[in-house]
Each structure stands twice: as structure tokens, then as C-alpha cells.
Design a protein around this ligand. Structure first.
Ligand code: NAP
Length: 274
């Protein structure tokens, strides 16, 4: 049997096990997906131990996405984002991917969102970095707005100095209304809205013609997405990004096309949409 898993802390409520196991069952693969919860300073050790035990691949989540860079050979995408969320342990050294970036891009494309023009990314942590690079790679001009402005400026500099066709500028949250006025795509990559009824973006800054993806998926229907819907914007919930980052990981590990509908149903069956 092939074993895959998730390394994070906490991981108890993760939606990844049912999503991946539904795919194995659908394709008749002799595989299981389990969770590992090492102490916060044990990320590298956890990767090494999993490799020793013959685990074929792991996803990596908070707080280990940056730390595990030291235990893997990162792809170019993972290196410039500075975070790894998928590790292929069947190669030596293990290969570290970042599937949050293609996951975000594919979630937007699934909803027919054209990745051209201007984008606003709110947040400059791991998800914000993945979003900014993913959108700049499509040639978009990206405004990164973050509570800590220095992080936004630093991310924007990394994007602009990379070989991506797009470019980025750092800004404070105060400038959101201004930068959103002529934006085509908005991504919330902060934790604001997670398990709370708050939005990081003023409702009156949202408009039709905008596509809004909220990386937060708990709750699925966030305040931001409800505000965006009321403003006539296209909305994409965080489960779509979660789905597609999982699809990418599944395909790296197994070399097979992921059963998208099965994985999507397994995810959505386990969340409360109320
Ligand atoms: P992170 O690295 O810890 O970054 C957190 C971000 O949130 C930072 O930009 C931080 O700003 C900002 N923030 C935190 N509290 C804030 C507040 N009160 N007001 C304004 N900004 C605030 O976290 P992450 O890994 O990027 O994750 C961010 C979100 O994306 C989480 O909700 C996570 O679940 C979600 N996510 C979803 C997916 C998916 O597949 N759907 C994938 C990855 C992440 P400062 O820099 O000022 O601290």
C-alpha cells in the first residue's frame, strides 16, 4: 500500500484526507492518506522520518511550509515563493513543490475568470506570495496590500525582480479602495474572515466586473464573498483553491489524472454551508 499524508499543526480538522482518499477509491489505487502533527520546530525531522518510513508524498501546511525548504530540493516556483506545500518523497533528495500557486490559478480559470489586467492581493504571507506570483506569471499587474506594509513591499519587489512577465507594487490596507477601483481580480490571502464574520476589504470598494477569490474556506461563504456577490462581482470560494492544490499534488504523486468531480464532492460533503 502507498502512504501519503499531511504534515501540519494542527491537522485534526483537515479536509485533505477525505479529498485524497476519495480519489484513491475512485481510481482503485491501493493507497491511504494520513495526518502527522509534529511539534512546531520538528518540520524538517518530520520530512526525514516520513521518507525513512517509505511514505511516498506529503502535503505541508501551517506552520511548516517555510521550514521544510531545508529538507527538500525546491522547484523554481517553490523557491521564489519561499514555501513548499507538497513533497515528493519518492525522489532523493525529496522534491518540494508549491501547488497553492497553480491551485489558485486553476480555481479562477475554472470559473471563467480572465487572468489579464490588474489584480489586488490582500495579504503577504504564504498564500499571498503564492497568489502574487501566480497572477504575475499570467502577466497581470498586481497590487499587494498588507497590514504590515513592509511585507507587501518586499513581496512586490521579489515579484518584480523575478523573471515573471507581470509586475507588483506594495501598498497598505488603507489604499484598498483606490487600487480596487480599476482592478479585475481580487484575492483575499489573509486570515481575516476565518471563523469570524469579518472582511479585510470595505464592501463599498467592490464592484461588478471584479472576480473575487477568498482563500479562506472556513466558513465557505465568507463576509467578503457575500459582499462581493451583492456588488455583482464573480465569486470563487476557498474550497476551489483547496481542491486544485490537491489535484496538482495528486497528479505529481501518482502520475494519473485526478478525478476532479469525486474530489470536489468529497470536499463539499464535509463542510457546513450555513
Ligand atoms: P500567513 O502566512 O500566516 O499570513 C497571514 C496573512 O494574514 C498576513 O498577510 C497577515 O498580515 C494577515 N493578517 C493576519 N491577521 C490580520 C488582521 N487582523 N488584519 C489584516 N491582516 C491580517 O497565512 P497563510 O498561510 O498565507 O494563509 C492565509 C489564509 O489563506 C488562511 O486563511 C489560510 O487558511 C488560507 N489558505 C487557503 C488555501 C486554500 O487552498 N484555499 C491555501 C493556503 C492558505 P501581516 O503580514 O501584517 O501579519
Amino acid at each position: 500500500m502507498d502512504v501519503y499524508g499531511l504534515i501540519g499543526n494542527p491537522v485534526k480538522h483537515s479536509l485533505s484526507p477525505p479529498m485524497h482518499e476519495a480519489a484513491y477509491d475512485e481510481l482503485g489505487l491501493d493507497a491511504r492518506y494520513v495526518t502527522f502533527e509534529p511539534q512546531p520546530d520538528e518540520g524538517v525531522q518530520a520530512i526525514e522520518s516520513a521518507a525513512t518510513l517509505g511514505v511516498r508524498g506529503v502535503n505541508v501546511t501551517v506552520p511548516f511550509k517555510q521550514d521544510v525548504l531545508a529538507a527538500v530540493e525546491p522547484t523554481a516556483v517553490a523557491r521564489r515563493i519561499g514555501a513548499v506545500n507538497t513533497v515528493d518523497l519518492s525522489s532523493d533528495p525529496p522534491q518540494g513543490h508549491n501547488t497553492d500557486a497553480p491551485g489558485l490559478r486553476r480555481a479562477l480559470e475554472h470559473h471563467g475568470v480572465a487572468l489579464t489586467g490588474r489584480a489586488v492581493v490582500v495579504g503577504a504571507g504564504g498564500a499571498g506570495r503564492a497568489a502574487a506570483f501566480a497572477l504575475a506569471d499570467e502577466g497581470m499587474t498586481v497590487d499587494v496590500a498588507n497590514r504590515t506594509v513592509e511585507r507587501a513591499t518586499s513581496l512586490a519587489k521579489d515579484v518584480t525582480e523575478s523573471d515573471t512577465p507581470g509586475s507588483a507594487t506594495g501598498a497598505s490596507l488603507d489604499s484598498l479602495s483606490t487600487v480596487l477601483a480599476d482592478a479585475d481580480v481580487l484575492v483575499n490571502a489573509t486570515t481575516v474572515g476565518m471563523d469570524e464574520d469579518r472582511s479585510p476589504v470595505p464592501a463599498n470598494a467592490l464592484h461588478d466586473g471584479l472576480a473575487v477569490l477568498d482563500a479562506v474556506y472556513s466558513p465557505v461563504s465568507t463576509r467578503l464573498l457575500r459582499d462581493a456577490d451583492s456588488a455583482g462581482a464573480t465569486t470563487v470560494d476557498g474550497l476551489w483553491m483547496l481542491l486544485y492544490q490537491g489535484v496538482e499534488a495528486f497528479e505529481f504523486w501518482t502520475g494519473q489524472d485526478a478525478p476532479l468531480e469525486t474530489m470536489n464532492s468529497a470536499l463539499r460533503a464535509r463542510v457546513d454551508f450555513s
